[in-house]
Design a protein around this ligand. Structure first.
Ligand SMILES: Cc1cc2nc3c(=O)[nH]c(=O)nc-3n(C[C@H](O)[C@H](O)[C@H](O)COP(=O)(O)OP(=O)(O)OC[C@H]3O[C@@H](n4cnc5c(N)ncnc54)[C@H](O)[C@@H]3O)c2cc1C
Length: 423
């Protein structure tokens, strides 16, 4: 009996339920596919690819790697390997689900068992009755926690002469400078992060006060149950893990929200989509130091602090009146932790068109900078050319004439326009 284990967002052996499911097969063939369609969607400087390649190299077992169209590769694998089963983690994102469906149909044509295993989330989003509001989702989420861990030793991987793809070929095409996130660091970060103080530190982007585990979670380098076990004393951290799963739940129950606003009444907002504003945002030259610092962090590190993601999202959609989809696409190209349905959910939320009972959230970039970066440590780190200016000036580019880009809009004037557009 032979099973192909198709790894996707679960690049680990420890506590991985697909290996638990495969344990009774005589031979297990783990595969990972660099899908051409996903690669085409990424950009050449993509650090995610390096992250994935690193994760596979360090996984500790032989993984057969391929590149091409997922469906075509599976045709080859089913023909050549003649497996009895294909086992994989259940996919929830729109694109992931579609790929899985195609492979599932192919397996049924070949009479090969296709097994989807629930993993990657603490609660199966299908168990909770549809909720539109996080607080009510969270109450149920706590009741349904699925924390059972597995302990399987994966030994029975045969050496097969297969035409595979060496992922190093991809690295040579990339222009990669500093790498800020490595899958090898996940375990140590989980061990050393101060979860007890998370509640106090989590909102300040100049501190190392959030876990930075998002890529580890996104690519399944550590099981979500192990993360829960280590962090469970921090109620506020658990809420964040639940927020992630809330977006899975929203997608499951309101699948049209990929392109369409969750709130019906917000489907016809007249976005200005002024190209000058869009360019200033994408090029970190809005004239608001807190905004430009955030964009620079994103472009350099491929990660941004959650508080700054919210400030950026509010600025783009409210101050600049740019369609949230443009922001979503920009984050998609850069974020190392990019997760389609989490990104879309959060962008809709910050644009006040998504699953959020608050009718209109407008973040004032001046007050946000004062409150969450009081000494301008964050701003000065990413905009070093302004480091000699007094901090109160950097907080408020409308009052002080900074030797820097002029603010592209006046926040206070834009607020009244936004209120009309969002009526
Ligand atoms: C506009 C916008 C877009 C975002 N896009 C993504 C994305 O594509 N991928 C992604 O993983 N997160 C996204 N987030 C959520 C959040 O910003 C990141 O998960 C968080 O900053 C990652 O850093 P961390 O691991 O240090 O988080 P921590 O504060 O340590 O939180 C722990 C974990 O909880 C989860 N989490 C925290 N906040 C959220 C949230 N608001 N929504 C969902 N999950 C959350 C993440 O898995 C995170 O790793 C987005 C937020 C905004 C406002």
């Amino acid at each position: 009996m032979r099973a192909i284990v198709w790894l996707k967002r679960d690049l680990r052996v420890e506590d991985n339920r697909v290996f638990e499911e495969a344990k009774n097969y005589k031979e297990i063939i783990p595969v990972f596919i660099f899908d051409d369609q996903i690669l085409a969607d990424l950009m050449s400087y993509d650090k995610r690819l390096v992250y994935i390649i690193n994760a596979i190299e360090n996984i500790g077992i032989k993984v057969y790697t391929f590149k091409g169209k997922t469906l075509e590769i599976f045709k080859r694998l089913l023909d050549e390997l003649k497996p009895d089963a294909v086992i994989t983690q259940k996919a929830y994102s729109w694109d992931g689900e579609e790929r899985v469906k195609q492979v599932k149909n192919l397996c049924s044509l070949y009479n090969v068992k296709f097994i989807e295993v629930f993993d990657g989330l603490l609660v199966n989003p299908e168990l909770i009755p549809p909720k539109k509001v996080f607080t009510s989702f969270y109450k149920d989420w706590l009741k349904y926690l699925d924390l059972e861990r597995t302990d399987v030793k994966v030994k029975n991987i045969p050496i097969i002469d297969l035409k595979t793809f060496d992922p190093k070929e991809l690295i040579s095409q990339l222009k990669i400078d500093t790498v800020y996130f490595k899958p090898q660091d996940c375990k140590e970060r989980l061990k050393s992060f101060d979860f007890k103080n998370y509640e106090k530190t989590r909102d300040y982007p100049y501190l190392d006060g959030t876990s930075k585990l998002s890529p580890c979670i996104r690519f399944g380098i550590i099981s979500i149950r192990e993360i829960f076990e280590r962090s469970k004393e921090s109620e506020s951290f658990l809420r964040e893990l639940a927020w992630r799963e809330f977006w899975y739940h929203i997608k499951l129950n309101f699948p049209w929200t990929k392109d369409l606003e969750f709130q019906e009444k917000r489907r016809n907002i007249q976005w200005e989509n002024n190209q000058k504003f869009i360019d200033a945002f994408l090029n970190a030259s809005t004239g608001y130091p807190i905004i430009d610092a955030g964009i620079r962090q994103l472009i350099q590190e491929k990660w941004i602090h959650n508080r700054v993601r919210m400030i950026l999202g509010s600025f783009l959609t409210k101050d600049l009146l740019v369609d949230w989809r443009i922001g979503e696409e920009f984050f998609k190209h850069h974020l190392i932790d990019y997760d389609q349905l989490v990104n879309i959910g959060n962008w809709q939320w910050i644009a006040s068109v998504g699953a959020d009972p608050n009718p209109l959230r407008i973040f004032n970039p001046i007050l946000q900078a004062k409150r969450f970066d009081p000494n301008c440590e964050y701003i000065k780190k990413y905009i070093p050319e302004l480091k000699n200016l007094p901090c109160h000036q950097l907080h408020d580019p409308l009052t002080y004439n900074l030797p820097y880009h002029k603010p592209i809009v006046n926040h206070y004037e834009r607020v009244s326009i936004v209120k009309l557009k969002y009526k």
